[in-house]
Design a protein around this ligand. Structure first.
Ligand SMILES: [Zn+2]
Length: 303
């Protein structure tokens, strides 16, 4: 009996030691991502192994964001900081310069991982700047997902396979949606989409070799198209016998609605994923679920 009790004692000690070691080995990483797509990628790759936070308030205009002192502290104190780069993120460079390099986070500037495409105006003339909205292409999204995986593995080598598995799973989901989009485009009657809105979709249309027209270039929520451009788009919708015009989700204008009213087509919503509302996030919106909606929107817009 005495021997049996001491065995129980030893087993208990071993179990508590194992539990202790496990707690010590699990390093909970903190990730701060500026915008929704990168927040979503990090969340999906990290799963339960990291705290992931989105820096920009949900539903806010990314292009006019100004960080608070609290935001700067969050960047300074996290393990991994993910931002896009480009004009809208010019504020990031200033902050990163002021952060102690030895103590600061690992930083990912996503635009450096993707071959940039120049901005284009509504008449398809190229500008000098690179367009920032790289994640709108699902192929780019998959590549960026892989970069997030590598950096999480670098920060937490003990859980390499966990990140690998999550990344593979999410990349496969995105790939499958991308195949659906491709199929929808191939089997469509039309080969041109009419976007009655701003146009942050260069990388998307480029991936699928899709022709397009938009109300005005770039991503400003304040620009309005000229009357001449409006009547050009109306003519295209009427002459091409389109059934739908695209409006961006959380759009700051009513251009698509006006075009729809004037030409009798319907409005379909496309998610550029840059500017997602809290309500959408609360209802479980992810990059993948929004891309599923986009696959349907493209099908409608080309019918
Ligand atoms: Zn934008």
């Amino acid at each position: 009996m005495k021997r049996f009790l001491s065995l129980i004692f030893i087993v208990t000690i071993i179990f508590s030691l194992t539990a202790c070691t496990k707690v010590e080995r699990t390093h909970r990483i903190s990730v701060v991502a500026t915008i929704f797509p990168y927040y979503d990628f990090a969340k999906n790759v990290a799963g339960d192994y990291a705290d992931v936070e989105m820096l920009l308030p949900a539903g806010s205009d990314v292009h006019s964001f100004e960080p608070t002192a609290e935001d700067i502290k969050k960047i300074q104190n996290c393990d991994l900081f993910i931002y896009n780069g480009g004009e809208s993120d010019a504020w990031v460079d200033t902050i990163l310069e002021s952060i102690d390099k030895g103590n600061g986070p690992v930083c990912m500037k996503m635009m450096t991982y993707i071959k940039g495409l120049k901005e284009q105006d509504e008449n398809h003339n190229f500008g000098d700047e690179y367009d920032e909205h790289i994640w709108t292409s699902p192929r780019n999204a998959s590549n960026l997902l892989g970069m997030v995986e590598s950096n999480l593995q670098r920060l937490d080598p003990a859980n390499t396979s966990h990140y690998e598995e999550n990344c593979k799973k999410y990349a496969a989901e995105i790939y499958s949606i991308s195949q659906t989009i491709e199929q929808n485009i191939k089997s469509a009657k039309k080969s041109r989409i009419i976007v009655g809105d701003r146009f942050p979709l260069i990388y998307f249309v480029n991936q699928y070799d899709l022709r397009w027209d938009c109300a005005f270039p770039g991503c400003s929520t304040e620009t309005e198209p000229s009357l001449a451009r409006m009547s050009e788009l109306e003519n295209k919708l009427k002459m091409g016998q389109y059934r739908a015009v695209i409006k961006l989700a959380n759009s700051g204008n009513n251009v698509a609605d006006t075009l729809a009213e004037d030409t009798g087509v319907k409005v379909v919503t496309f998610y550029d994923c840059e500017n997602v509302t809290q309500e959408e996030i609360d209802h479980g919106a992810t990059y993948a679920t929004l891309m599923v909606k986009n696959a349907y929107a493209i099908k409608e817009a080309l019918s």
